[in-house]
Design a protein around this ligand. Structure first.
Ligand SMILES: Cc1ncc(COP(=O)(O)O)c(C=O)c1O
Length: 413
């Protein structure tokens, strides 16, 4: 067998890769598994979307190759959405590129803008296609730790000058996965200004733009003056419309950026099934009234998760957006060990912060993707595991403290 490339070997393990297999094993052992791992809700897409795809599969032309153009109706629906929601105009053909889910586009983007010797700047913890895309492009990721102390924001002033000089891409994602942080408008203004100054492409991942609570309305990066010159924005059908498995999203921005992504894609794929694009167009055009009810269901889950997990020993603030809570752990409990115990002893799947790299240590992510009852049950189980691990850590500390005394005692005797 030919040796693996350095490129392949440089890729870390994908955080969610082993979970379906582990979950199957636990279910086979008769365990009642609660899966709060992926950001993948147990809810249905809008009925109109299901009707539309049911019709679309019966139309023979929908089953043909979409190619890079795809279904023009989808592009036009995206343009209408961007105008209605953010007040921004995009040319449906020149300034929008349909994607097989935003992950696909985010991963491919680096192939167009970064290469060996270049840096990309990305959040850690952060969505894994930023680091994956960078490594597949032979570029070097500069990982910036998102911590509560910095408001989960990247401060370019703290990035070494050498890195800034060679940086080609900055990935920003607000509302943020996994920390659920949101970014103040002044921060986005500063990032646009700095990226222009430094000639760095600002890749704005806006997958959670429609999943926000308590009156918070996430902006588009294009609402920031000057962003058109230096930014490209990614959107997803997955979270807004419970369409994770359908694989449909888009990127938009000025023609030169969008065309570069489209060119890479023209050699690796031939577009999402056009029936899905038709259904996605229906979602964007006809389901604006359906979204608030869906968000209200997520809010019910958020409120239950925040209350139950805080009571269980993981004090979390109520997030303004996303489907995640980012739970802190006591200093002496490593997140991977906690996740493993919670999985093996109690059948609850969460994502340890360390799965996102060292910057995520000290936290774990809970996806509030299931009913309040199950979220409460999972929190109670997690509380038991925490208590057990703390008691054990306490015993170890106590015995470590006792040993020197015992030794002294023995010496005196
Ligand atoms: C921040 C972020 N970006 C992008 C994606 C990818 O979404 P999709 O490929 O389903 O459009 C996700 C999915 O979890 C995400 O959390």
């Amino acid at each position: 067998m030919p040796a693996y490339t350095d490129r392949l070997l440089s890729l870390p393990e994908y955080p969610l890769a082993g979970i379906p297999e582990k979950k199957r094993e636990l279910i086979a052992r008769g365990m009642d598994v609660i899966d709060l791992g992926a950001g993948d809700a147990d809810l249905s897409p809008p009925p109109a979307v299901i009707e539309r795809i049911s019709e679309a599969v019966r139309i023979p032309t929908m089953s043909r190759y979409g190619f890079a153009l795809g279904l023009v109706e989808f592009r036009e629906a995206v343009a209408r959405f961007m105008k209605r929601r953010f007040g921004q105009d995009f040319h449906p053909i020149k300034e929008i590129v349909p994607l097989i889910g935003s992950k696909e586009g985010l991963s491919h983007l680096a192939l167009a803008f970064a290469t060996k010797g270049d840096y990309t700047i990305l959040p850690e913890p952060g969505y894994n296609s930023y680091v994956g895309g960078t490594l597949l492009a032979d570029a070097t990721p500069y990982k910036y730790a998102l911590r509560p102390e910095n408001g989960f924001l990247i401060d370019l002033d703290k990035v070494p000058a050498e890195v800034l000089k060679k940086a080609k891409v900055l990935y920003l994602n607000y509302p943020n996965n996994p920390t659920a942080a949101v970014a103040p408008k002044e921060y986005l203004e500063e990032m646009v200004r700095r990226c222009k100054e430094l000639d760095i492409l600002l890749v704005y991942d806006n997958a959670y733009s429609e999943l926000a609570y308590d009156g918070y309305v996430p902006p588009s990066i294009f609402e920031i003056e000057g962003a058109r010159d230096i930014a490209i924005e990614f959107h997803s059908m997955s979270k807004t419309y419970n369409m994770t498995g359908w694989r449909c999203g888009w990127a938009c921005g000025k023609q030169e950026y969008v065309a570069a992504v489209a060119k890479v894609k023209s050699f690796v794929d031939t577009g999402t099934f056009m029936g899905i694009q038709a259904a996605a167009a229906t979602a964007l055009d006809k389901c604006a009234d359906w979204i608030p009810g869906n968000v209200a269901e997520f809010k019910r889950r958020r409120d239950a998760a925040v209350e139950a997990w805080s009571e269980a020993g993981f004090p979390v603030e109520s997030p303004k957006a996303t489907m995640y809570i980012w739970c802190p752990l006591p200093r002496n409990i490593p997140s991977a060990a906690f996740a493993e115990r919670l999985l093996q002893d109690e059948g609850v799947i969460i994502l340890p912060g360390s799965a996102f790299g060292p910057g995520g240590e000290g936290f774990f992510r809970v996806s509030f993707i299931t009913s309040p009852e199950r979220l409460r049950e999972a929190a109670a189980r997690a509380g038991r595991v925490l208590k057990g691990m703390q008691a054990k850590a306490g015993d170890e500390v106590r015995s470590a403290v006792r040993r020197p005394e015992e030794r002294q005692g023995m010496a005196r005797a």
